[in-house]
Design a protein around this ligand. Structure first.
Ligand code: NAG
Length: 666
């Protein structure tokens, strides 16, 4: 009851405003195309495509092939758009292929609901999204040629649609295949219900120069679609006012003129208080629920509609838009709110996407980087950058990594950047994923554009020796005799489920004439080889103790050779061999297992010293006549070269009599 009273009051107020209206002395409105600076944008969704058809599809009945040709009225610009593809559960197993071509550079983001799709696109079109396979190729830039080519390639086609200025596309794969034998394009084709897309009208006009400081404004929308038999048509209409800051302060009195054939019902969404409207057909307003109200008769011409607006004292037409077909229409009005707009240099914007995110998409699709053990290499063709991105907009002046001191060189045709793996703020995740970002500086534009990237180091096997069981110190190539040596074999891969197993490991002499198995058939065999706990499935660890005397190659370098069994998603099951050159080192602390040669050497040395000492003593004794020679000789004998603690008590007498007794020292 209250609602109806409210509605009546509203209608009264509206009509009262209009009955008071009389033509006033304001300049005539001459329509001219609006630019984006005028702050009015008109978006609409429709299933009417410029050209389109359906047919029974390719010869392979499990395959659907849909051809989309995206035509933009300003092909030198960059576009970014989204395509949402949905399929019912029973269709999810069918293979669906989209062939997409465009007359402009396009970055396409695909959202799918679980269906797996293949996208074949031109090189001008970059596709990103989960669950999709992409393939870039040269496709004809004529939609007619492309249609014939696609039919030939797949023995038929499921659907074809040429879309003008799309911003977002919704595609439903649920429908039954068409019964048409052949896909023969029709102009203004109705692709309902499988295809709907959002368009920014490129046909918005207005008369901005007819009024210096308008106190009120009119927006006129003429929906020109024909009645579809007797079926009711409805259109959703929304107005959005956007402020770059805060709320619109003074809401301009605004008149909305909505013209259509009389069978259309306009569903008008949320709106602001100062809005009045003239509607043909019928309309509902969200604020009054589902109550349908009758509209008024409006003229069937542009001049008539302008005159109608003028007659209601809204001579300033801020926008006039003709739309051939729509399911919903949105007017977006940019308002200056609260403060005076100050001119700012802004990065060029594309429809709904910043230059930054466009570049991120583009560069991420190109992948101009290579990550190797030797470092990161980035090569960017300047031609490619210019054509694809900045033609007529700006150009790249500098490219660096996150660390701005790591700068690309410019050889006239390419930007080339090389850096070592652990420099230039490069982050290495799990020792295999290399992360950094490219920083682009642009001519005449403030700020920088960052494009984070990561790339994987190639799969590789590492064999390393460590002196301690914590595997924490620097790897070594020296094996200490009689001490445990710790061996780690690591399979570097991004695949978290990859596996490594040691099959065999053996020690070989450098000339490969002699070898000894440490591990055979995955089991420890000799040199006290023992498997150790490993931190992951891609690392295997064991230790062994090399004892001298078992083999006689202690002096020469040797090789540790391991045969491995690897498994990764990328390469499946495979075998690999890895080896490491190493040398042996005898422990510096003495032990009871010194080689027999060493023992003999020491013995002979001691014997020789004994003989020489004896000779020297006899010489001294025979040339001096000091009595009690024993007392004099004692200090000399205290310092024999084989300085064992037991030798200090040896008397010269015993040395003289039994020189070979020193052998007990060994
Ligand atoms: C610049 O470097 C790229 C990549 O290494 C190379 O292909 C190209 O030929 C070079 N251009 C000139 C002019 O040397």
């Amino acid at each position: 009851m209250e609602k109806m009273q409210c509605l009546a009051a509203f209608l009264l107020a509206t009509s009262a405003a209009f009955t008071r209206a009389s033509p006033v002395n304001v300049p005539e409105c001459t329509l001219e195309p609006l630019t984006k600076d005028h702050g009015v944008k008109v978006f609409y969704t429709t299933s009417r495509v410029a050209n389109g058809c359906t047919s029974q599809g390719p010869t392979d009945p499990s395959l659907e092939v849909h051809l989309l040709f995206l035509r933009f009225s300003s092909p030198s610009e960059l576009f970014s758009l989204q395509i949402n593809v949905s399929a019912s559960a029973e269709k999810a197993n069918r293979r669906s292929m989209f062939v997409v071509s465009s007359n402009a550079y396009v970055h396409l983001t695909v959202n799918t609901e679980g269906c797996h799709l293949t996208f074949i696109t031109t090189t001008r079109c970059m596709v990103q999204g989960a669950n999709i396979e992409t393939q870039q190729t040269n496709l004809s830039s004529s939609s007619e040629e492309l249609l014939q080519q696609t039919k030939k390639d797949h023995g038929g086609i499921s659907s074809f649609a040429e879309l003008e200025n799309p911003r977002q596309i919704h595609f439903h794969l649920d429908g039954e295949p068409s019964s048409n034998q052949d896909c023969v394009p029709e102009k203004n084709f109705n692709a309902d219900p499988y295809l709907e897309f959002e368009v920014a009208s490129d046909n918005v006009k207005g008369c901005p120069s007819s009024s210096g400081n308008p106190q009120k404004e009119a927006h006129i929308v003429w929906l020109q679609q024909d009645p579809q038999g007797s079926s009711p048509q409805s259109v959703d209409l929304n107005i959005e006012q956007n402020c770059d800051e805060g709320e619109p302060e003074n809401q301009l009195p605004t008149l909305l003129v909505l013209k259509s054939h009389t069978g259309v019902t306009w569903n008008i969404g949320q709106m602001f208080d100062s809005l009045k409207f003239l509607v043909s057909g019928k309309y509902t307003m969200k604020k009054f629920g589902a109550v349908q109200m009758p509209g008024v008769d409006l003229p069937d011409s542009k001049e008539g509609l302008l005159a109608e607006s003028r007659s209601k004292e809204f001579a300033f037409v801020a926008s006039y838009t003709e739309i051939t077909s729509a399911k919903s229409i949105t007017l977006k009005l940019e308002r200056v709110c609260g403060r005076q707009a100050t001119p700012v240099t802004e990065k060029p914007q594309m429809e709904g996407v910043s230059l930054e995110s466009f570049m991120q998409g583009l560069i991420t699709t190109w992948k101009p980087w290579r990550c190797l053990d030797s470092g990161i290499e980035i090569t960017l063709a300047k031609d490619y950058l210019r054509q694809a991105l900045f033609e007529n907009v700006t150009k790249v002046t500098d490219v660096t990594l996150q660390d701005r001191s790591c700068k690309a060189t410019d050889n006239n045709t390419h930007f080339i950047l090389r850096s070592k793996l652990r420099e230039c703020s490069t982050y290495l995740e799990r020792d295999v994923v290399v992360k950094n970002q490219l920083v682009f500086s642009l001519h005449l534009l403030p700020g920088e554009i960052m494009v984070p990237f990561e790339c994987d180091l190639p799969e590789k096997v590492f064999l390393q020796l460590y002196p301690s069981p914590d595997f924490g110190s620097e790897p070594t190539t020296v094996v200490e005799v009689n001490k445990a040596t710790y061996v780690q074999v690591q399979f570097r891969t991004t695949d978290l489920r990859a596996q490594l197993q040691i099959e065999d490991c053996s020690l070989q002499t450098a000339d490969k004439t002699s070898s000894q198995l440490l591990i055979g058939g995955g089991k420890p065999l000799s040199y006290s080889a023992t498997f150790l706990d490993s931190p992951s499935s891609t690392i295997s660890r064991f230790s062994f103790v090399y004892k001298s005397g078992e083999e006689q190659w202690a002096a020469s370098p040797a090789t540790l050779l391991c045969k491995l069994h690897l498994h990764s998603q990328l390469h499946g099951d495979h075998y690999n061999e890895t080896s490491l050159e190493m040398t042996f080192k005898t422990s510096s602390t003495p032990s009871h297992s010194l080689g027999i040669g060493t023992v003999l050497g020491i013995t002979f040395g001691a014997f020789l010293i004994g003989v020489l000492l004896t000779a020297a003593l006899w010489y001294i004794y025979s040339h001096t006549h000091i009595p009690g020679p024993m007392a004099k000789m004692q200090p000399v004998a205290e310092n024999p070269p084989a300085s064992e603690s037991s030798s200090t008590n040896h008397s010269i007498g015993s040395t003289q009599s039994t020189p070979c007794s020193t052998s007990s020292m060994a």
